[in-house]
Design a protein around this ligand. Sequence first.
Ligand code: ADP
Ligand code: MG
Length: 476
Amino acid sequence: MEWEAVVGLEVHVQLRTKSKIFGGASTAYGAEPNTQACDVSVALPGVLPVMNREAARLAVKFGLGIGALINRRSIFARKNYFYPDLPKGYQISQYEAPIVGRGTLQIETQTGTRNIGITRAHLEEDAGKSLHEDFHGMTGIDLNRAGTALLEIVSEPDLRSSAEAVAYLKTLHALVRYLDISDGNMQEGSFRCDANVSVRPKGQDALGTRAEIKNINSFRFVEKAVDFEIERQIDRIENGGKVVQETRLYDPDRDETRSMRSKEEAHDYRYFPDPDLPALVLDESFIEKVRSELPELPRARKARFESEYGLSRSDAAQLTRDRQTADYFERVCSKTSANPKVAANWVLGELASALNHHNLEIADTRVDSTGLAKLLDRVADHTISGKTAKDVFLLLWNSDQSVDRIIEDRGLKQITDNAEIEAVVAGVLCDHQAQVRQYREGNQRVFGFFVGQVMKRTRGKANPKQVNELLHEKLK
Ligand code: ADP
Ligand code: MG
């Protein structure tokens, strides 16, 4: 029997608001436990929630960014459940009328382009955090995170493999960073997802029973968790068992998913409209203002990089994968007379590998766009060779000196004086009569030997093009 996997993702994006979604406490990460827990966060009796306007703006920005329906009127609802990190006994979320309705997200995988349906995106508050370490048999509760603004983005069950799930997540992650609605920091939990996974016989329309894997916070774990779950379900069914609808946890140490609890149905949550909050009504001018502030998005930017800079599809895709890299590349191009394709090679080659080697983000690069632009100029105007430029790049990375200073101090300037090179070429040929004879008898391969000798005598500084031309001329 051939099986088909079906995956739908629920992604929780922490919105970049200074204060909480319904209260005034700060949302800054990393503070001492419970120092950012205001009366609303701890749910003191009688306090009332007040909606944060910025959270609505960021949610609308996301909706417009994926061309989704923006609901002019959305409703906050109470999702009731009992858990120690939820002092109110309910989470304020949106249920029947979310702020963002249907949209699509285009993803690229190795098998091509696909449009993945987005069912909805709704605003909600985050819960607090349970702390299990350091409390010896007790659980500590930190309510700093309680009430932080989240946008939950729910996909249709349109994904068919772990690779597609990862591509979808990466595309979404890049998008929220482009839109600047979230810092997207996965270690800090600003971007995390639940993966719903089921399998069905290939060709069958009806969906199989799904398991939901909670709170995965890295791309690699999503891939592993989904793959494990697909295998587990197929195995189970092929051995005469049944998949049960349940919530599971992924354990990265053992690379497996484990059952956590049986899955609640929506009716278990006793959703009802929150009487403390009026409907969230958006007027057209608010939406239009947000629309006018939308930045150029990854897909448009990629197309422009191809047409404006003449880059290949793959270079354009890699450069626009995150906004910071794309910005850096454009800054370099605006400051250098070098060909944009050369600039792209440097950003994706030397710069990317240096960042990778030092485990740095492009924001922390030690060679800024001005430095790289200058370096490319010096190759373009033949001051240094492309090969020497790689050495200069490393020197630039490791020092505070300017490009010109490094070239000057270390005497790296290329020799472009024809007479000077010609003299060296003549000397090399004179000293290697035997090889000259071989070449003239038809052994073309010794040509490389002559080039090497000239380079050796000029300590790599002779202009390679001139060396080639002069050698050809003298060996005629
Ligand atoms: P909840 O998980 O809160 O009960 P939904 O029923 O709306 O919410 O489903 C949430 C997610 O599960 C969506 O992303 C949806 O695409 C996905 N999903 C629903 N049914 C299946 C299924 N049979 N297989 C895989 N994913 C599914
Ligand atoms: Mg769910």
